[in-house]
Structure formats: structure tokens, C-alpha cells
Design a protein around this ligand. Structure first.
Ligand SMILES: Nc1ncnc2c1ncn2[C@@H]1O[C@H](COP(=O)(O)OP(=O)(O)OP(=O)(O)O)[C@@H](O)[C@H]1O
Length: 596
């Protein structure tokens, strides 16, 4: 029951917030339509009595009344629908916006990546398109409640035992509740498999991954994995649906027995002369309406139970993801205006949420203000993770990161992130206008054409504007309109332009920034990056972090760190490391041989 109340409160509050006048209008029309139903039964009783008594005039008036009520019953629902149709859409958009804010309400990524949060987010997202149907269900259920109350009064007036008839309607409701709980539990248990199945479908159908899959001939493998994921889901859901159907049928059978008993009671009363023919007609009509009302209520309750679960999940997400602007428990410090000391990592360790496997362990690192650090290591050594930690996207699970001697945990993460210029390996390919795609790097300058063009030029991406019809306001990507698709290298340059739009960064970081670029573009990029780093270093003491597998670029850094299995294996200048003859020398020599 609490789930139902939760759904009613959540939906009415939402509708009230979106458009209270439309909500009140829809309620009024809905109630009028629903009240007409039992009044039709009453008119039919009067009509029968008048006709039997030979009062043709009265019978005609009551017949007309029944017809008007019937029209009212049909029309009011239709007009109410016009009112809440738009209201439901407004509510859905409002909830979508709230979900977006909740998903991004936290500057760290741990919550967003936790399986529980992701599952709840996916389920709520999936249920949002049903907002309109849920709102309709609340209004209809309100109308039905009134209808049932009037029906109960009419039946009780004939014989108090007949009051049991609406009460037996509760049996199918209880059975329906239990059935819904079974279905909900099965849905929760299969949520991860469903998400996995969808991911496989996305991977198989999105143009970027489909290319790789086709070339690798991995289509059948994906189909098999997809089939397995859905087979597991379907088996679990089929079991739950069968149990739920049996429960619902049991409840409805109990009501059918009570319906038969009610008609038998009033027919007996008529035989004994305590009821008239009109009363028999009244009970038959009301009882027939009642069975429809109970069936409708059952359907609506199932819809509302879903909505209640959504409201509960949404409340859980609200609790777990603080909305933007919620003050921190401990007052946070602003980011420094400039770096004087630099960034220091003390015994930093990290394991991803939901995993106990340490990805980084005992990392000690000193990055003096104005210096350039390069991080190298084999795949999976923890290079990108290290950068994400320094960017404050994750918090270390051991040790600490100090910025000019202040623990990064004490600095407002949003303020710190606003002073970072970062290009990640898995940078976002946003299918938006060229202006938005670049301007997202510094939202204050999204309408500053000059600044956008300067950033594009700095990233060697000035040519992109000419290839996109509509220039800065043209659409990039072909997924959502007639935009222009870009090559892998062009996308990467666009990502870089976004990064370079940031003003006065304290940390410049590039994670494999040239993996899709040709050799000339790569050389030009690093020369430009080196100039930018030197410039920012001199002005704000900014430090730079570069992750690259290409040793020819890495050697330009002031210091190089070699990571192995999440630990710092070696560190020093290129000359130091080569002289030491360790892992760096080995990797460097290997690459030099390949390029030679
Ligand atoms: N979001 C995540 N959740 C769980 N584990 C992750 C996540 N991201 C990375 N890992 C794991 O952390 C380890 C280090 O990954 P990371 O991306 O930091 O390595 P890397 O050195 O940058 O590798 P590469 O050179 O291939 O980019 C890997 O074993 C990877 O599987």
C-alpha cells in the first residue's frame, strides 16, 4: 500500500508543479464522468419502476436522463484526457531533467559507476515514458474510488449484506499486489542482464563499433551473448509472470463467487416481496459495473505500483546523488589561483567501486609547479586511472593527493575541475553543433566565435569548420540529423580544441591524445602542447601530465614515470632512465626497433 501512496503523492506533486490549472480541470472532468456510472444504474431502476407502473412520461424522462449520463460518462473521460495528455508529457520532461541533474550532481564518478546506482538509473529512465499513463491511472483511480463509494451506498440501502460485494473486490486487489511484488522482484534480479543485452545491441548496431565487429567477424559471438543474456532474463520473468497470473486469477474467482451470491440475495428478497423489480435491475446493473470497476482498478493499481517503484527508486537516487548546489558537510576550499609548490601524491592507492583489486598501490609522486610529467607503462598499468584521480574524478582509496600542500579532498571538486584542461583517451564524441562540441570546454565562451576559432586553430582543427555545412552552427556527426561525419583524427582534434578552450588551467593533461592522428599532426600537436605548457607554467605554475605510448614525444617531458601493475617502477628524466637500463630502456628500445 505504501508503494501506492508513494506513487499517488509523487505523480500529483509532479503534475501540480508542472501545471496546476490543467490538473484541476482534468480532475473535475474525470470525477464528473465517473459519478455518471452509478447514477445510470439509479436511472434504470427508476425507469423500470415507472414503466411497470405505467407512468410513461416519467419513464421517458428517466430514459433520457440515463442517455445523458451515458454521454457524460463517455465524453468527460475524453475531455479529461485532452487536459492530462500534455501534463503527462511535461511531467516526463521534468523528470528527465531531474535525472540528468542527479546523474551529474556529483563531481566524482564513483556513484555513477556503482552497479546499484547504474541499475536504478537505467530502470527509472526506462519507466519515464510511462509517466503519462501513470498520471492517468492516478486520476482514474480517484474517480473510481468515488464511484465505488456511491455504489456501496446504493447497495447498502437495499441490504447491508450487499456491502460485502465491494469489499470482496479487495481480494483481487490484494492478490494483484502480491503478484506485482513477484514481478518487481524478478525485474530487479534481471536488471543487470537487461542492461547487458541492450549494451550488446548498441555495440552491434552503432556505426563506430559495428565496423570493428564486422571486420573481426564477431557478429555471431555478439548474437550468442545477446541470446544468452535474454534467455536468462526471459526464463526468470516467465516464472514470475506465471506465478503472478495464478495469483490474479485466484483473486478474480473469489470476486465472481461474491457477485453470484449478491444477485441470488436480491432475487430472494424480490420473491419475499421485500424488494421490487427496480431493485433487482439496480443490483444487476451495479454488480455488473462493479466487476468492470474492480478489473479496471486492478489494472490501474498495477500501473501505479510500477509508478510507486519508480518514485521509490527516484527517491533513492535523490538520496544517493546530492543535487548540485547542496553544501558539503565540511566547508570546502577554493582552487588556488596559481600553483606555487605543485602537486604531490603520497602513498596513493585505488580500487574501482565494486572491486577490491587495487589498480594503483603506494604511488608517491612529486610534480613541481611549472613542470611537465609523462607517464608510460604497458596497457592496464593504471596510467589513465592516475590521471582521473589527480583530476578529482575519483578519490584515492588510500593515501592522499596534495595541491600546494592542501589535500585535494578539501578542495571544492567543481572549482578544481574548472581549472583543468584534460583530453581523455575515451573523450566524448558529442553529436552536437560544432559550436557546442568545442564550447563545452568553457561554457562561458560558447558564443564567442573568435575564442572557438582560436581553440580550433590551436588544435590544428580549423579546417573542420569548412567541412561542416553551417560552420560553427552546423551539426557534427550523422546520428541525429544531416550533419557531417568526421574522421577519427578529426574527432580527436575537436576533443583537443575543447580542451584548449579552457583559460588559465592549473593542470593540462593529455591521455593518448594522438592515437588517431597521422605523424605530421602528432608532431605539430606536441610542439603546440609544449608551447602551451611552457606558457601556462610561466603564468600560473600549471603542471602538465602526458600519457603516451610514443616514446619520441614522452622524452620531451621534464620527468618520466614508468608504471607497472599500478606501482611506480622507475622515474627520472629520459637520460636518467636510459642510463639506468631498466624497463623504460627496454620499452624504448623495442619501440625504436619497430619504427626503424
Ligand atoms: N571504470 C572502471 N571500472 C573498473 N575497472 C577499471 C575501470 N577503468 C579501468 N579499470 C581497470 O583498471 C586497470 C587500469 O586501467 P587504466 O585505464 O588506468 O590503464 P592504462 O595504463 O591507462 O591502460 P592503457 O594503456 O590500455 O590505456 C585496468 O585493469 C582496467 O581494467
Amino acid at each position: 500500500m505504501t508503494v501506492l501512496l508513494l506513487a499517488v503523492r509523487h505523480l500529483l506533486r509532479l503534475a501540480w508543479r508542472c501545471d496546476r490549472r490543467r490538473l484541476l480541470r482534468a480532475c473535475a472532468m474525470m470525477l464528473l464522468g465517473y459519478l455518471a456510472t452509478p447514477l445510470i444504474a439509479l436511472s434504470l431502476k427508476g425507469l423500470t419502476v415507472a414503466a411497470v407502473a405505467g407512468h410513461t412520461g416519467t419513464a421517458a424522462v428517466l430514459g433520457l436522463t440515463a442517455a445523458v449520463l451515458l454521454v457524460l460518462e463517455l465524453m468527460m473521460n475524453h475531455f479529461a484526457h485532452l487536459s492530462y495528455f500534455e501534463l503527462g508529457d511535461l511531467g516526463e520532461v521534468e523528470l528527465q531533467n531531474e535525472l540528468l541533474a542527479l546523474a551529474h550532481g556529483d563531481p566524482h564518478l564513483e556513484r555513477l559507476e556503482s552497479a546499484r546506482f547504474a541499475d536504478a538509473l537505467a530502470l527509472v529512465r526506462e519507466e519515464l515514458p510511462r509517466t503519462r499513463a501513470s498520471l492517468e491511472a492516478v486520476l482514474q483511480l480517484g474517480g473510481l474510488a468515488l464511484q465505488l463509494a456511491l455504489t456501496a451506498v446504493l447497495l447498502g440501502g437495499l441490504n447491508p449484506w450487499l456491502l460485502l460485494l465491494p469489499l470482496t473486490g479487495v481480494l483481487p486487489v490484494l492478490a494483484g499486489n502480491r503478484a506485482q511484488r513477484l514481478l518487481d522482484a524478478a525485474k530487479e534480479r534481471t536488471a543487470t542482464h537487461v542492461r547487458f543485452g541492450r549494451h550488446l545491441l548498441d555495440a552491434a548496431t552503432s556505426p563506430s563499433t559495428a565496423r570493428q565487429i564486422r571486420l573481426a567477424g564477431a557478429g555471431p559471438l555478439l548474437v550468442e551473448r545477446h541470446r544468452e543474456a535474454w534467455a536468462r532474463t526471459t526464463a526468470e520473468l516467465r516464472r514470475a509472470h506465471t506465478a503472478a497470473a495464478a495469483l490474479r486469477a485466484g483473486g478474480q474467482l473469489a470476486f465472481a463467487a461474491a457477485y453470484g451470491a449478491a444477485i441470488w440475495t436480491v432475487v430472494r428478497q424480490a420473491e419475499h416481496g421485500t424488494s421490487g423489480l427496480g431493485d433487482v435491475i439496480l443490483v444487476i446493473t451495479l454488480a455488473a459495473q462493479l466487476s468492470l470497476q474492480v478489473a479496471t482498478a486492478l489494472g490501474l493499481l498495477a500501473v501505479l505500483q510500477d509508478a510507486g517503484r519508480t518514485a521509490r527508486r527516484l527517491a533513492g537516487l535523490r538520496e544517493r546523488a546530492p543535487a548540485p548546489g547542496v553544501p558539503a558537510e565540511v566547508p570546502l576550499r577554493p582552487a588556488p589561483a596559481a600553483l606555487t609548490g605543485g602537486i604531490r601524491l603520497e602513498n596513493v592507492g585505488f580500487a574501482y567501486p565494486g572491486s577490491t583489486r587495487p589498480v594503483l598501490e603506494g604511488v608517491d609522486l612529486d610534480i613541481p609547479a611549472g613542470s611537465a610529467l609523462a607517464v608510460v607503462g604497458e596497457n592496464g598499468a593504471g596510467k589513465s586511472t592516475l590521471i582521473k584521480l589527480i583530476c578529482g574524478l575519483y578519490r584515492p582509496t588510500a593515501g592522499r593527493i596534495l595541491v600546494d600542500g592542501v589535500d585535494l579532498a578539501e578542495i571544492d571538486p567543481r572549482a578544481w575541475q574548472s581549472r583543468l584542461a584534460a583530453l581523455f583517451q575515451d573523450f566524448a564524441r558529442l553529436e552536437l553543433r560544432l559550436r557546442d562540441n568545442t564550447g563545452i570546454g568553457d561554457l562561458d565562451r560558447i558564443d564567442d566565435d573568435e575564442a572557438l576559432r582560436a581553440a580550433l586553430a590551436a588544435a590544428d582543427a580549423a579546417g573542420i569548420e569548412a567541412t561542416v555545412p553551417g560552420g560553427l552552427d552546423g551539426l557534427v556527426g550523422r546520428g541525429y540529423g544531416d550533419g557531417s561525419d568526421l574522421s577519427g583524427g578529426q574527432w580527436q582534434k575537436l576533443g583537443l580544441a575543447r580542451t584548449l578552450l579552457r583559460r588559465e588551467p592549473l593542470l593540462l593533461t593529455l591521455d593518448e591524445p594522438a592515437s588517431a592522428m597521422d605523424a605530421t599532426a602528432e608532431q605539430a600537436l606536441f610542439e603546440r602542447f609544449a608551447r602551451l605548457v611552457a606558457d601556462s607554467g610561466a603564468r600560473t605554475g600549471a603542471v602538465s601530465l602526458l600519457v603516451s605510448h610514443r616514446f619520441s614525444t614522452v622524452r620531451m617531458a621534464d620527468r618520466i614515470v614508468v608504471l607497472e601493475h599500478g606501482r611506480v617502477r622507475e622515474s627520472g628524466t629520459h637520460a636518467d632512465l636510459v642510463a639506468a637500463g631498466g624497463l623504460y630502456t627496454e620499452l624504448y628500445a623495442l619501440q625504436a626497433r619497430i619504427y626503424a
